[in-house]
Design a protein. Structure first.
Length: 417
């Protein structure tokens, strides 16, 4: 089996390349010709591989150089498409339609090669099916499987693999394709209900309003060469911002509830007693098998397979993703403030609004209106973006205007025929 990666010059693109080379897979890494893309490809070719950098970790995964062997990196899209058995798109979600159109032009539709979106953000597949064909096999992740960086053109830094590998199989897969997906993503909990990945889009909750409500301060510090710690300065130190994020989060949860999906953290029915039982049981098993990596992975996968049927609030997501044990009644600002990953300086990135609004908030607003859910706070944030950026982001984003209500709701529930 050959793995294709579309977007090898991205941080996650190199993380995928390094991870799968280390496992002995043959990989074809593609990037469109560009100054940055050519630099990455030339650097990897020159050294005949790339360096995988890992911090100290309990899984005993070490830093090492990985040779390409029979794998390659290329700017030849047709070669990657025609020789890959699965293709991972490792690009921001706003480029997914363009990438699929390019691959379609290169002939991917002839083989019906499964496409993996890492991540898909919200309601991606209907837009892609318009290009490559209805029911084409697409795997949608709710988040990138790695916390990663790319400090140099020929270096992939993987801090860790995330625990929340929830993915939906959308379209028609054969048994061979499903087994290959399971082998490539052994920790993933797979579902056939697209709403579970579309609505577990936590980036749309954390990123958009935080950037917009701190916009002036972010610009000021950037111009002065000063650090703005996105999560600590932007959320933990500003409870009023955290409150807005909680309101957006509730819109997301109400959409899920209106679709008939189990939810943790809905104000009207938080289900904290169930959450306590689940997480206490998980942590007891993790403590019992502390140094047994494969057993731990199986335990966490089984846990995720249960949660894969639910949509989680931001606080519950922090609990299962970063181990920030849920404190009932705690504000999101407080939970962010005690999340170790966020206590390190995190740089604001424009993609937090340029990507997460059109593929997150715009879709949330459209779904809320379809289902009669109050979404005024989401509308306010989109309007604020348009006033700052002088842009009609709804027109560019996933506004769902090209689809009927029945089609979208059946799609989200996994009931399309």
């Amino acid at each position: 089996m050959v793995i294709g990666i579309y977007g090898i010059a991205s941080q996650s693109g190199r993380a995928f390349l390094a991870d799968y080379l280390s496992q002995g897979y043959r990989v074809i890494g593609y990037n469109r010709p560009s100054v940055h893309g050519n630099l990455v490809i030339d650097s990897i070719r020159k050294g005949n591989g790339l360096y995988l950098e890992r911090p100290e970790n309990t899984n005993k995964e070490v830093s090492k150089f990985l040779t390409l062997g029979d794998s390659c990196v290329t700017t030849d899209l047709e070669y990657m498409v025609l020789n890959s058995d699965i293709v991972i798109i490792a690009l921001p979600s706003i480029y997914q339609e363009e990438a699929v159109q390019n691959m379609c032009d290169a002939g991917i539709w002839k083989k019906r090669t499964p496409i993996v979106l890492s991540p898909s953000r919200s309601v991606a597949t209907p837009y892609l099916w318009r290009i490559v064909g209805e029911r084409y096999p697409i795997v949608c992740f709710s988040t990138c499987p790695y916390s990663c960086k790319a400090p140099k053109p020929d270096v992939a830094y993987i801090k860790r693999r995330k625990r929340t590998w929830i993915a939906s199989l959308e379209g028609d897969f054969n048994l061979v394709q499903i087994e290959f997906v399971k082998r490539l993503f052994p920790q993933a909990a797979l579902s056939t209900v697209p709403a579970l990945t579309s609505l577990n889009n936590i980036g749309a909750v954390f990123h958009c309003a935080t950037y917009l409500l701190n916009y002036d301060e972010i610009e000021k510090r950037k111009n002065n060469g000063e650090v703005f710690s996105f999560y600590i300065d932007g959320i933990a130190s500003r409870p009023e911002v955290g409150h807005v994020l909680e309101e957006i989060d509730q819109v997301r949860l109400h959409i899920a509830a209106a679709l008939g999906i189990d939810v943790f953290g809905l104000k009207e029915n938080p289900r904290e007693d169930v959450w306590r039982k689940l997480t206490n049981g998980l942590r007891a098993l993790e403590a019992e098998h502390d140094n047994e990596i494969e057993i731990l992975r199986n335990i966490r996968k089984q846990f995720l397979e249960y949660l894969n049927n639910s949509v989680l609030s931001a606080q519950h997501w922090l609990d299962i993703t970063y181990g920030v044990v849920r404190i009932e009644g705690e504000s999101l600002s407080q939970a962010i403030g005690r999340t170790p990953t966020y206590q390190k300086n995190s740089v604001p990135q424009l993609r937090y609004i340029e990507e997460d609004i059109p593929t997150g908030l715009v879709a949330f607003e459209a779904l809320a209106k379809m289902l009669g859910v109050d979404c005024q706070i989401v509308t306010d944030m989109i309007d604020l973006y348009d006033s700052i950026r002088q842009d009609n982001i709804r027109k560019k984003g996933r506004n769902l205007l090209d689809f009927t209500k029945d089609y979208i709701l059946n799609y989200l529930r996994g009931e399309l025929k």
